[in-house]
Design a protein around this ligand. Sequence first.
Ligand code: DQA
Length: 159
Amino acid sequence: MHTPKREGFRGLLSLLVLHGPNLNLLGKREPSIYGSMTLDSITRQLEQSAESLRVKLSSLQSNHEGALVDAIHAALGQHQGILINAGAYTHTSVAIRDAIAAVAIPTVEVHLSNLYRRETFRHHSYIAPVAIGQISGFGADSYRLGLEALVHYLNHTEG
Ligand code: DQA
């Protein structure tokens, strides 16, 4: 029988939402690929989903690899799950991959664009092997779908 992970967990689940480089420019940045929503409006939409899922979110965007690594380390003992769009670091960062592996916090990887319909250098993700799963190609909805998948995983998977 599956024991929900949430049983025995006191209070609301707290999740960390991380956005990597250039995602601060969403809305202006290549809208034909990434859509016209700003990061602020994606965050507001995600907050609404979080409220109906009864989880708490903390969001951070950084253009700096080390700041993202630091945030992943700081999540230990604070957050039960991580939702990450590492942007271009997805394809380059062993450090972010290692940080996720080190803290062993369940992580879902999301991308606005469908990586596999794009340049071949975007087809490889360093994050994917240390993530529960990846959602790619649904625009801003990738974040909502990723959040739902993460919360479902945390609520229904044996810990
Ligand atoms: C992205 C895809 C990456 O290849 C790119 O470098 C980004 C955004 C996405 O959300 O589609 O910055 O992660």
